[in-house]
Write a protein that binds this ligand. Structure first.
Ligand SMILES: NC(=O)c1ccc[n+]([C@@H]2O[C@H](COP(=O)([O-])OP(=O)(O)OC[C@H]3O[C@@H](n4cnc5c(N)ncnc54)[C@H](O)[C@@H]3O)[C@@H](O)[C@H]2O)c1
Ligand SMILES: O=c1ccn([C@@H]2O[C@H](COP(=O)(O)OP(=O)(O)O[C@H]3O[C@H](CO)[C@@H](O)[C@H](O)[C@H]3O)[C@@H](O)[C@H]2O)c(=O)[nH]1
Length: 474
C-alpha cells in the first residue's frame, strides 16, 4: 500500500510549474508532487534556499512542503513511471522561424513531453495540459501518446493556468475559477472528475468549471486577449487625454465604476509586457488566420499594434521633451521587470524604452530591485536582437545601478517604468538635488505624486496626464 493517495508529476519547473505544484502540495498533504525539468540548474535552484523565481509568498510554501510531499528532480523517467497524473507545464513561446514565425505558438515542448511519456510509462495515466496552447493541441498530444506499443491508455485533459506573476500564490490559493476540459465520454469525464477532486481540496466546487477540451484550450487565449485588450483600450485613450487635457486616471475611475465594465485592468501604462499577453494574442491571431477569419485576426492584432504604439510613443516623448536629443545624457530607468513583484523581464516594456534610448546614444542607468543583469541581456538578445556583438558598446551604454539614488545621480531624467512600491517612498528632494537641470521625470506608470514633484522643481511628464504648461484651463 502506498503512503500516498495520488502521485503527481509536473513536467516543467518554471513560473507556472513550480508555484502551481507547490500550492497543490501545500493543500493536499496526501498527494506526492514532483516537479521535473530538463534543466539541472533550474532544479538545483528549486532545491536550494535561492529559488529560481521571485514570487512573494513562494519561499514559505516551498519551505513548508519540500522534502515532505513536494520534490524537484531531473529524473524525469522515474517520475513519469511513478505518477498517476502528469501535468505538462512547459514553455510554448512564439515561433521565431518557419511557418507562422512571429505569431504561431511553438508546441514542440508539449509534443516532446508526450513522446517521453509514451516511451517510458508503464501504466495508464491522466495527462494534463497546463501550458497555454493553440486550440486542438490536445489532439496532437493524444495521438502521440496513443503511439505507445504497450497498449497503455492515456486520458488528456486541458487545465489552463490563470495565475498572474507577482500574485501567483494568492491567485493559486484563491483562484477565481479552475478550468478543466476533457473528452465528453465516460473515461474522459472520469479523468476530469479525478482532477476536480484534487482542486476540491481547497477550491469550492462551483468555482471548478468542467467543459470540453477545445473550449478549455481556447478560453485561456480568450481570457488573456480580453485582459490585454483592456490595457490597449485605456492606453489608446491616454494619448487622447494628453492631446485634450483630460486625465486618464479620472477616465478609468469614471468608466470603471460601471459594473458592466469593472475597474480592474484599466491602469494606463507604457504598455503591457510579460511572457503571456503578446504571445497568446499572436497565437489567437494566427489561429483566426489559419481558419480563414481575416477580420477576426485583424481585430485582435490591433491590440498588439496599440501596445507597440504606446511603448514607442513613450520613448519618443522622452526624447522630444529633452530638447530632441538625449545623446550623451545620463538617463535613469527605475524598474525593468514587466510589472511589480516579479524579476521576470520577458517582453518587458522597459526593454523597448531602453533600446530606443540606447539607439539615441543616451547613457542608461537601470535600477530594479529584482531583475538580474544577465536576464536583461538574455531577453534583449532574444527579443530585440541587441547584444554587445550586434551593437558594440551596448554593455557600456547600459549600466545597472545598486539603488535608485545612484541611478539618478547626475542624470538628466529618470523614468519610472515598473510600479514597484518602493519608488513611491524615495526622497525626491535628494534626487532632485543630485540631478542635472532641468530635471525631467517620465512616469510610465502614474505612480508618483506629480504635483509634489513639480513643487520640488521637476519637469514631469506622465501617461495620459495633461501638461499644465500646455493646458492653462486646468
Ligand atoms: N508565466 C506565467 O505567468 C504563466 C501563467 C499562465 C500560463 N502560462 C503558460 O504556462 C506555460 C509555462 O510557462 P512558464 O512561464 O512556466 O515557462 P518557463 O519558461 O518559466 O518554464 C518552462 C520550463 O519547462 C522546462 N521544459 C521545457 N521542455 C521540457 C521538457 N521536454 N521536459 C521537461 N521540462 C521541460 C524548461 O526547462 C523550463 O524550466 C506556458 O505555456 C505559458 O504560456 C504562464
Ligand atoms: O491595468 C493594467 C493591468 C496590467 N498592465 C500590464 O499588463 C501586463 C500583464 O500584467 P498581468 O496580467 O497582471 O500579469 P501576467 O503575469 O502577465 O498575467 C497575465 O498572463 C498570465 C499568463 O497567461 C495569465 O495567467 C494571467 O491571468 C494574466 O493576468 C504587465 O506588463 C502589466 O504592467 C497594465 O499596463 N495595466
Amino acid at each position: 500500500m502506498s503512503e500516498w493517495d495520488l502521485k503527481i508529476c509536473c513536467m516543467g519547473a518554471g513560473y507556472v510549474g513550480g508555484p502551481t505544484m507547490a500550492v497543490i502540495a501545500a493543500k493536499c498533504p496526501k498527494i506526492r508532487v514532483c516537479v521535473v525539468d530538463l534543466s539541472q540548474k533550474q532544479i538545483d535552484a528549486w532545491n536550494s534556499s535561492d529559488l529560481p523565481i521571485y514570487e512573494p509568498g513562494l519561499p514559505e510554501v516551498v519551505e513548508q512542503c519540500r522534502g515532505k510531499n513536494l520534490f524537484f528532480s531531473t529524473d524525469i523517467d522515474a517520475e513519469i513511471k511513478a505518477a498517476d497524473i502528469i501535468f505538462i507545464s512547459v514553455n510554448t513561446p512564439t515561433k521565431t522561424m518557419g511557418i507562422g514565425a512571429g505569431r504561431a505558438a511553438n508546441i514542440k515542448n508539449c509534443e516532446l513531453c508526450a513522446r517521453k511519456i509514451a516511451e517510458v510509462a508503464e501504466s495508464d495515466k491522466i495527462i494534463v495540459e497546463k501550458s497555454t496552447v493553440p486550440v486542438r493541441t490536445a489532439e496532437a498530444v493524444r495521438r502521440v501518446l496513443e503511439c505507445n506499443d504497450k497498449g497503455l491508455k492515456f486520458q488528456v485533459l486541458s487545465n489552463p493556468e490563470f495565475l498572474a506573476e507577482g500574485t501567483a500564490i494568492p491567485d493559486l490559493m484563491k483562484p477565481d475559477r479552475v478550468l478543466i476540459g476533457g473528452v465528453q465520454d465516460e473515461p474522459g469525464l472520469a479523468a476530469a472528475e479525478k482532477l476536480v477532486s484534487v482542486y476540491a481540496n481547497w477550491v469550492p466546487r462551483d468555482q471548478i468549471i468542467t467543459t470540453n477540451l477545445w473550449s478549455s484550450e481556447l478560453s485561456k487565449l480568450v481570457a488573456n486577449a480580453f485582459l490585454a485588450q483592456r490595457v490597449s483600450s485605456i492606453n489608446s485613450i491616454s494619448a487622447l487625454c494628453e492631446a485634450t487635457g483630460a486625465d486618464i486616471s479620472e477616465i478609468s475611475r469614471a468608466v470603471g465604476k460601471d459594473d458592466r465594465i469593472g475597474k480592474r485592468f484599466l491602469n494606463s501604462s507604457i504598455g503591457f509586457g510579460g511572457s503571456c499577453f503578446q504571445k497568446d494574442i499572436l497565437n489567437l491571431v494566427y489561429l483566426c488566420e489559419t481558419y480563414g477569419l481575416k477580420e477576426c485576426a485583424e481585430y485582435w492584432n490591433q491590440v498588439i499594434v496599440m501596445n507597440d504604439y504606446q511603448k514607442k510613443r513613450f520613448s519618443e516623448k522622452m526624447v522630444s521633451s529633452m530638447f530632441n536629443t538625449v545623446t550623451g545624457k545620463k538617463i535613469a530607468i527605475l524598474g525593468y521587470a514587466f510589472k511589480k513583484d516579479t524579476g521576470d523581464v520577458r517582453e518587458t516594456p522597459s526593454m523597448f524604452v531602453v533600446r530606443d534610448l540606447v539607439l539615441e546614444q543616451a547613457r542608461v542607468h537601470v535600477y530594479d530591485p529584482q531583475v538580474k543583469r544577465e536576464d536583461m541581456w538574455t531577453e534583449m538578445e532574444y527579443t530585440v536582437q541587441m547584444s554587445e556583438a550586434t551593437h558594440p558598446g551596448l554593455d557600456a551604454a547600459v549600466t545597472t545601478a545598486p539603488d535608485a539614488y545612484t541611478a539618478c545621480a547626475n542624470a538628466h531624467a529618470f523614468a519610472v517604468l515598473t510600479e514597484w512600491d518602493e519608488f513611491k517612498e524615495l526622497d525626491f528632494e535628494r534626487i532632485y538635488k543630485s540631478m542635472a537641470k532641468p530635471a525631467f521625470v517620465f512616469d510610465g506608470r502614474n505612480l508618483l505624486d506629480h504635483a509634489k514633484l513639480r513643487e520640488i522643481g521637476f519637469e514631469v511628464h506622465a501617461i495620459g496626464k495633461p501638461d499644465p504648461n500646455k493646458f492653462s484651463d486646468l
